[in-house]
Design a binder for this molecule. Structure first.
Ligand SMILES: [Zn+2]
Length: 361
């Protein structure tokens, strides 16, 4: 922890604390010691064996340093900054709370340790329910290759000018990295654009007001579609979800190799599913087979939603997951139409049975 109380119950940051003075934990009010060494930046620590429910002692050097860097960056950018501020109304203590006139207060969480989706949901919702915005910045444990089920993806947020995004804070350079316009293609690492900056050179407002040029979603060139499909199947084949998809196909009288072309995605999509997009499309294929040949717009939409929802990942940081899902449903309708799986019949849709058949071996 970076903050403690002195003998007059005033909060003191570790960097400004006096060696030899006495300090107390603002959470449990037990005495804490000032630590200043070569490895960790100045901080306070409880005495050994003392259990404090407010401040865990598992803070890494990275977490302590990152909090300080972020606090300094926001302060230098004209924000009022409180480190480890207690928010009694929600029993939460964000790493840093920043305020600026005319804006909702913003809680910054620099996450360097594991956190469950449920805990992430509770904390994010707690802030939002009480009029705080929250931004999760990820530390080095989350900097692995970004695949669809990477641990970092539960922090996914969405903002129209940036698309789906994640923010990293890199203490080694005292700067940030915004991974924006995140999209997925089955069987590949995620695609994204990167905007990197250093705290000393770029103020907070320049990042928040960033309106980068978003590259259009990647598309598979028509001549490579079949190649792409084999590649996707090859790469996905050993994933448990796809093994069960194979079983699902058998139960319906076919196999993965006999799927019609249109179930394979040819355009990159937002990474909000927990499964390959292929799974969703296979469920949709089977749902269309048992549906009437003539569907109202409403009925078609409902059917697509019903196949989508079981595939959606938990995304506690998204403000409006429903909107992204609705966009996927709309895109699915236009892709089904382009693939001639459905065609307009007056105001309704006609389902083309030919497009729902298993392909011959
Ligand atoms: Zn304590």
């Amino acid at each position: 922890m970076l903050i403690a109380e002195d003998g007059t119950e005033k909060l003191v940051t570790a960097a400004l604390a006096q060696r030899g003075s006495k300090y107390w934990c603002p959470g449990c009010h037990r005495p804490v010691r000032l630590k200043r060494g070569a490895v960790m930046c100045a901080h306070f620590a409880h005495q050994a064996n003392q259990v404090c429910t407010t401040f865990s002692e598992g803070e890494t050097a990275e977490h302590l340093l990152g909090k300080q860097q972020l606090a300094a960056w926001f302060a230098a950018s004209g924000y009022t900054v409180r480190l480890e501020a207690r928010l009694p109304e929600i029993h939460q203590r964000p790493d840093i709370l920043v305020r600026k006139d005319g804006q909702l207060p913003l809680a910054l969480e620099f996450q360097c340790s594991p956190i469950s989706v449920e805990k992430l949901r509770q904390r994010t919702q707690g802030y939002r329910d009480h009029g705080y915005r929250v931004l999760w910045l990820l530390g080095s444990p989350y900097q692995h290759q970004l695949r669809l089920n990477a641990k970092a993806l539960k922090f996914l947020q969405h903002y129209a000018p940036w698309g789906c995004f994640l923010v990293y804070w890199l203490t080694a350079v005292n700067g940030g990295e915004l991974l924006l316009n995140l999209t997925t293609v089955d069987g590949e690492r995620l695609n994204y654009q990167v905007q990197a900056w250093q705290a000393a050179q770029v103020p907070v407002s320049a990042i928040l007001n960033l309106k980068p040029q978003l590259s259009p979603p990647r598309k598979t060139a028509t001549q490579f579609v079949t190649f792409q499909q084999r590649l996707v199947l090859g790469r996905l084949r050993h994933q448990p979800a796809v093994v069960s998809l194979q079983t699902y196909c058998y139960q319906h009288g076919g196999s993965l190799a006999q799927l019609p072309n249109w179930v394979f995605m040819t355009t990159a999509k937002v990474p909000i599913l927990k499964t390959a997009y292929l799974s969703w499309m296979v469920y949709l294929l089977m749902a269309l087979r048992t549906a009437p040949a003539n569907l109202s717009q409403q009925r078609l939409q409902t059917l697509i939603w019903q196949t989508l929802l079981p595939c959606v990942a938990q995304q506690p940081c998204l403000l409006d997951p429903n909107r992204l899902q609705a966009q996927l449903v709309a895109a699915a309708i236009s892709e089904l139409r382009a693939a001639k799986v459905i065609s307009r019949q007056g105001r309704d849709w006609q389902v083309e049975a030919d497009q729902l058949a298993w392909r011959a071996h």
